[in-house]
Design a protein around this ligand. Structure first.
Ligand SMILES: Cc1cc2nc3c(=O)[nH]c(=O)nc-3n(C[C@H](O)[C@H](O)[C@H](O)COP(=O)(O)O)c2cc1C
Length: 167
């Protein structure tokens, strides 16, 4: 048995790579999105997912205001934007969609900006939230799901992306 530093060990868990968006798709200043890795399914039926978001994020404010969010699993097409604009800039300073050259479309069941360049798009209604240390765990009910493009998802592992081979 080899001891691991706790933080190093937690980095050895493979995480998903996704962009969570919220707000009004047509209103600059009231729409946003951020890259997340701490995302997981939490209930089979009803279909619930949870995401840990730092309360300082602009996207968190939008999720609370609009009571909805969309999850976009990231593949090659959105990879650079996930690390760049969506994962490192604040939506308080820039409109990330304009900065990315993306015109978001309306959600089918919820009010949230949808980026069609993702292989798995989940529309979620806000259900609940819990303070978990320095993050807030937001639970959403998946009310619609569809595929924007045909690419394999990426995972986030040890600070970099790895491609999942089948979907
Ligand atoms: C690969 C990657 C994974 C991330 N995962 C999370 C996460 O799970 N939770 C979180 O709060 N922030 C996460 N972040 C940081 C946010 O995406 C980043 O702070 C973002 O700029 C917040 O934008 P906003 O303030 O406009 O919402 C991640 C960033 C990257 C690059």
């Amino acid at each position: 048995m080899k001891d691991l530093d706790i933080f190093e060990a937690l980095d050895l868990i493979p995480y998903p790579l996704a962009i969570v968006t919220a707000g009004d798709p047509k209103a600059v200043g009231k729409r946003g999105g951020m890259t997340v890795a701490w995302l997981t399914r939490v209930s089979w039926n009803p279909p619930l997912i949870g995401v840990a978001i730092a309360p300082t994020r602009f996207t968190y404010e939008l999720i609370r205001e609009y009571k909805a969010f969309a999850v976009h699993i990231v593949s090659k097409k959105l990879e650079n934007l996930a690390y760049g604009v969506f994962g490192s800039r604040s939506g308080r300073d820039i409109d990330k969609f304009s900065a990315s050259g993306i015109e978001p479309i309306e959600g089918r069941k919820i009010k949230a900006p949808i980026i069609p360049l993702s292989p798995v798009i989940l529309e979620c209604e806000y259900v609940d939230e819990f303070r978990t240390g320095d993050h807030v765990f937001i639970v959403g009910r998946v009310v619609d799901a569809y595929k924007g493009i045909d690419e394999n998802p990426l995972t986030f592992y040890r600070g970099a992306s790895a491609e999942v081979k089948s979907i």
